[in-house]
Every structure is written in structure tokens, then in C-alpha cells.
Design a protein around this ligand. Structure first.
Ligand code: NAD
Length: 391
């Protein structure tokens, strides 16, 4: 099948296996070109949400920078050739990752399943050969079914308490638009906390501990975002922010309940399937990228996670005064944010090319799905079947 990009709003409903393989190869090459990392005692790593964005970068860095054995969990879909559907990008990413891990003789087990379900956790416990010394939790999901009650909760991207009005970008026309989002209801906020808060992270730690599979002093890392004033009302003070604060307080309480070192790492805003869906972030990211690239400060997912692992290796001054690991330090630098704020006020359709890196955003957005990459023959007939590399 010859695969073409089919964009619907903030998602592309097709994915290109060769393009996804190229993304994984580029990340693996970056790791090969940088020195290996040794975080004492870390040999077996479990990554939940391992197929895309920060989770995929974490798994790749665990395999190829740390040389650890990795178990990766993700929820992805196979191709349906009879319906003309490709597999999801995450499925192709994982197929390419498995191929690269085999080539480099690294142990990698992939489980395709719902991280929130008890049966997925049991599956991980069954295949875990030794004790897990690092758990990285990088799930970004629209909904979650509570494994106890069977009730399905949805997460929403809305402000709390009052209506949010802002400019943004229409991802179809790439023109500025105005958005107005009504505040989340109490029920929507509670649902978002259920999905994106810390409850499932705590369940993973609990299941692994009960099964004797979490090493004493294991490192547990989950990811968060804080961001600047222009995104604050929709993100950090919004429904997702409520979930992220719950994630942090859960992580803090896990440190008291278990003999582990649980951290929340605040990462930089980057283009991923999840962030493209957050109102305002595409415009903010486009301006931010332009400013950070001009200042030579831009990083992508693999560079961010490599820096995280370097920090863990160094082991000193790991957290800020609130106990967060900060990988957003360059993004939040006062000079960067001052410039972003000026451009945010000045931006129009006419000067967008000058003030923002719309091209970079668009390129990164297409690349998530394996499109627009140099060296990939998009005219070639490709096999959409990712193969049976997972359990
Ligand atoms: P992403 O969309 O690129 O990846 C999400 C991952 O979650 C995928 O591997 C997907 O398969 C997995 N997933 C979703 N539902 C699942 C389920 N039910 N079971 C198993 N796996 C499931 O997202 P991302 O942007 O890399 O986000 C990962 C984490 O990083 C999130 O906690 C997010 O808040 C955080 N973060 C993201 C950014 C950003 O700008 N993208 C910035 C800071 C922090």
C-alpha cells in the first residue's frame, strides 16, 4: 500500500512504518553518538507508555544509553489492511525499536495492552525476569476504566472556575484563531484526575511490590508539565493541572509508603500526539521553538531524556525546592519566556513566519506519524503489517 498522510484536526489517522523506523533510527543514532550512562544498580527498566513521545525516548535511552533490559507497555493498534487502515505510529515505532534492540543484542519485551487494566499488570509480572529497578510512567490517555469498579472516566483539557479565552492556531489552515473554552465541571475535573493523576502509577508500584518485583530503592519516574503564564489557565491551573498535582502528591506519598525513590520530572513542551491536542500549546510551542532555536537551547524528546538520565547518573541537585526534577529549565529561563511573551502579544497571521516556528511545529507534527522525513520513499508500496513482535 502507498501510504499518504490523512490529517484530521490534531491527529493524523495514517502512519508510515518507514518514517517511524527513521525516527527510531535517528534517536538510536543520537544515543550511539553520546557517551553511555551508568545509573548505579539500574539494569531492568519498565516503561509504561513506551511507544511514543517521552515514553519511547525513555525506553530507547534505557536500552541504548544504559544498556538495560527493558519491558515496554503501550496501547497501540495493528493495521487493518482490509479496511485500508495502517497500524498506529506507536506500533511502528515499537516494531522498529524491537528490531534495533535485537540488532544491538538488548533484551526488550513489549506488551501491547491497556496499562490501566489489571491483566496488563499481571502480564508484566509474569514476564519480568528479574526485579525492576526503574519504573518510568509516561502514559497520556484520553480515558481510563477503573479496574476495581469498571467505571470509565474521561480526561478533559479545560480551565477551572472560569471561561478561558485565548488565541491559538487552527491546525488545518495554520492560521491564528480565537478560542473560548468553558470551565470544567467538578465531575470533569474528577474524571481527569482519575485518568491522568497518580492512581494508576500507585497501582503499578503496588502490584510490582506485592509480587516482589520492585527492587528496594528502585527509581520511579513520572512526567509532568508546568509551563508559563500564557498556558497556565488552560494547563497547570486547568483540569490537567489538577491531575498533574495529584500525580505529584501520589509520587510523594509513594516515597513514604514504599522503599523507592519516586520523582516527577517536569519536561519541556514538545510536539507529541498528546500535546498537539492541548488548546494553545501548538501556538505556544511554535513561538517557543523559534526562540529556543535562535538561542541554541532547543531539545527534542531523546535529548531531554538523555539529559534526565545524565542527571540521575550524577545524582546531585536532582530536584528543585518542591521536589521536582526540572528538564524545563531552558524553556523557563527568564530571557526565553520574556521573548516568548513579547512575541505572543505581537503575533498576527502576517508576521507568524517571522515570530514563530510554524514550519518546525508542522514538521514535528507530521514526523510523529512518520511523514515528511528525509530519506523515506513515500511513493513506495509498503507492507503495513508491523509484525508480531509483542505479547
Ligand atoms: P504521547 O501521546 O506521545 O505518548 C503517550 C503514550 O501513552 C503512548 O505510548 C501510548 O501508547 C500510551 N498510552 C495511552 N493510553 C494508554 C493505555 N491505556 N495503556 C497503555 N499505554 C497507553 O505523550 P507524551 O506527550 O509523550 O506524554 C507522556 C507524558 O509526558 C505525559 O505524562 C505528559 O503529561 C508528559 N509531558 C509531556 C510534555 C509534552 O509537551 N509532550 C511535556 C511535559 C510532560
Amino acid at each position: 500500500m502507498i501510504i499518504e498522510q490523512k490529517i484530521k484536526g490534531f491527529i493524523c489517522i495514517t502512519a508510515h512504518p518507514a518514517g517511524c523506523e527513521k525516527n527510531v533510527a535517528d534517536a538510536a543514532l543520537y544515543l550511539a553518538q553520546n557517551e553511555k550512562i551508568d545509573i548505579p544498580g539500574i539494569k531492568n527498566v519498565l516503561v509504561v507508555g513506551a511507544s511514543a513521545g517521552y515514553g519511547l525516548a525513555s525506553a530507547l535511552a534505557a536500552s541504548f544509553a544504559l544498556g538495560a533490559s527493558v519491558i515496554g507497555v503501550a496501547l497501540e493498534k495493528d493495521a487493518q489492511p482490509d479496511r485500508g487502515r495502517t497500524a498506529t505510529a506507536g506500533m511502528y515505532n515499537l516494531a522498529a525499536y524491537k528490531k534495533e534492540a535485537d540488532r544491538q543484542n538488548k533484551t526488550l519485551d513489549i506488551i501491547i495492552g491497556d496499562a490501566f487494566a489489571a491483566e496488563t499488570k499481571e502480564k508484566v509480572c509474569k514476564i519480568a525476569g528479574g526485579k525492576i529497578d526503574m519504573l518510568i510512567y509516561s502514559v497520556a490517555a484520553p480515558s481510563r476504566t477503573d479496574p476495581e469498579t469498571g467505571v470509565k472516566y474521561s480526561s478533559v483539557l479545560k480551565p477551572q472556575n472560569r471561561e478561558y479565552n485565548s488565541k491559538g492556531i487552527d491546525l488545518t489552515s495554520y492560521k491564528l484563531n480565537d478560542m473560548s473554552i468553558a470551565p470544567a465541571t467538578e465531575e470533569e475535573i474528577a474524571g481527569t484526575v482519575k485518568v491522568m493523576g497518580g492512581e494508576d502509577l500507585a497501582l503499578w508500584v503496588d502490584v510490582l511490590t506485592v509480587n516482589g518485583l520492585l527492587k528496594e530503592d528502585a527509581i520511579v519516574i513520572s512526567y509532568s508539565y508546568i509551563g508559563p503564564p500564557v498556558t497556565r489557565e488552560i494547563y497547570y491551573n486547568g483540569s490537567v493541572g489538577a491531575a498533574k498535582r495529584h500525580l505529584k502528591s501520589t509520587s510523594d506519598s509513594l516515597n513514604k509508603l514504599y522503599k523507592i525513590k519516586s520523582y516527577v520530572s517536569v519536561n519541556k513542551a514538545l510536539v507529541t500526539q498528546s500535546s498537539a491536542a492541548i488548546p494553545v500549546l501548538p501556538l505556544y510551542i511554535s513561538i517557543l521553538f523559534k526562540v529556543m532555536k535562535e538561542k541554541g537551547l532547543h531539545e527534542n524528546c531523546i535529548q531531554q531524556i538523555y539529559r534526565l538520565f545524565k542527571k540521575l547518573q550524577a545524582g546531585e541537585n536532582l530536584t528543585d525546592e518542591n521536589g521536582y526534577i526540572r528538564l524545563d529549565d531552558f524553556e523557563m529561563r527568564p530571557d526565553v519566556q520574556a521573548e516568548v511573551a513579547v512575541r505572543w502579544d505581537q503575533i498576527t497571521d502576517g508576521n507568524m513566519g517571522e515570530l514563530a516556528d510554524l514550519e518546525g511545529f508542522r514538521k514535528d507534527f507530521l514526523a510523529i506519524f512518520g511523514f515528511g522525513l528525509d530519506g523515506v520513499n513515500y511513493g513506495a508500496d509498503v507492507n503495513t503489517d508491523a509484525g508480531k513482535f509483542y505479547c
